[in-house]
Design a protein around this ligand. Structure first.
Ligand code: CP3
Length: 343
């Protein structure tokens, strides 16, 4: 029998829809904080299969999610390409910014698989160690979102450097995107070979682009990624997450060829049920801050989402990752609510 998560791509489940939560492994869990203390270097933590396997399993032991997401980060790709990447306590990622095609030339795809070997080992071990009813989710950042970190050199609110480069010199910026399409396709294909049963492409900053730019830097590269993945793994489902895409979610679904789409919390669920769900699976979209609040307000929101989406192809998730302030008991409440849910 197909696992519940994978069966969800074929049609609505007869019982409860499957669920997992973005950033289900992380600092809201005391057992994560404890093991995270073993290294101050976050990337090193991601490249330690023993630790990465352990923290991937932690939320499953507590809450029994239907999906286990590989523990890693989207910024392992610039790191593997040879860009300097580090994570600073309280500041987040810091990269040596790339602002020209000249600087891009210092990066190389040659060492990609060698560099990412520990991540592949984590995938392989997880595929052995997760419960047999659980689905292993591989992932990568989408080219646009990863490019924003590479070009800005850090997280950003307005993405001035990336957006101006993209408009002023689309060919040059396109060269950054092309390298990322090559690296990301290789990376996800290899995750599929090592045991990932579905992959998610995180385009967290898709929502800052105008329509024209969205088509060029979000839809086009994602369509190319999906095409390359499907050529090697025709049956590996691909979920896209173009966070903040608004009504452009529709074009994204139609034009990229994804099998599923993850909705941020601003997407109206009735609209998603009518417009997106006939075309692919939808995943989402409880506000991650409502999970922080918990209680009956959370139950009401869950009810609303399930009423709209559980009649079609659906996996429950948040609209964005769990934040560190989230009480673990609220996640337990959410998991129990889903288990007790019936149509
Ligand atoms: O449980 C999971 O979801 C799997 C692991 C995962 C992490 N990052 C672990 C992580 C996944 C899927 C990501 C994706 C990721 N990383 C995204 C896309 C999803 C999203 O949230 O929009 C982005 C934009 C990043 C980049 C990134 N990584 C930032 C901006 C930060 C710092 C911000 C912060 O919360 O500190 C990270 C660090 C990071 N990645 C942490 C975790 C658990 C926290 C680091 C720590 O433990 O010190």
């Amino acid at each position: 029998m197909k696992k519940a998560f994978l069966a969800a791509f074929d049609g609505p489940s007869r019982t409860q829809p499957p669920f997992w939560l973005m950033r289900q492994a992380g600092r809201y869990l005391p057992e994560y904080r404890k093991i995270r203390k073993q290294t101050s270097n976050f990337l090193e933590f991601c490249y330690s299969p023993d630790l990465a396997v352990e923290v991937t399993l932690q939320p499953l032991r507590r809450y029994g999610m239907d999906g286990a997401i590989l523990f890693s980060d989207i910024l392992v790709i610039p790191d593997a390409l040879g860009q300097s990447v580090r994570f600073e306590e309280g500041r987040g990622p810091v990269l040596e910014p790339i602002r020209s095609v000249e600087q891009l030339k210092a990066l190389s795809l040659d060492g990609l698989h060698r560099h990412l070997a520990p991540v592949y080992e984590t995938v392989e071990r997880l595929s052995q160690e997760i419960p047999k009813e659980t689905t292993l989710i591989g992932f990568a950042g989408a080219p646009w979102t990863v490019a924003t970190y590479m070009v800005e050199g850090h997280g950003s609110k307005d993405y001035v450097e990336s957006r101006t480069w993209a408009v002023r010199d689309p060919e040059g910026f396109g060269a950054v995107i092309d390298v990322l399409v090559d690296a990301t396709a290789e990376y996800l294909i290899e995750q599929g070979r090592r045991g990932a049963e579905v992959v998610q492409i995180f385009d967290s900053w898709a929502g800052v682009l105008s329509e024209t730019e969205f088509r060029r830097w979000v839809i086009e590269p994602t369509a190319e990624l999906v095409k390359r993945i499907k050529k090697i793994h025709p049956n590996l489902p691909v979920i896209g997450f173009p966070k903040g895409a608004g009504v452009l979610y529709e074009a994204y679904v139609k034009e990229t060829g994804v099998d599923g789409v993850s909705l941020d919390s601003t997407v109206p669920v009735e609209w998603a049920a009518n417009v997106l769900q006939p075309q692919c699976l939808v995943q989402g979209n409880l506000d991650n801050l409502i999970l922080v609040a918990g209680g009956s307000a959370m139950e009401r929101e869950m009810e609303r989402i399930f009423d709209a989406l559980a009649g079609g192809r659906f996996i429950f998730n948040l609209g964005h990752g769990i934040i560190p302030q989230t009480p673990p008991e609220h996640v337990a409440h959410l998991a129990k609510w889903i288990r007790d849910w019936s149509k």
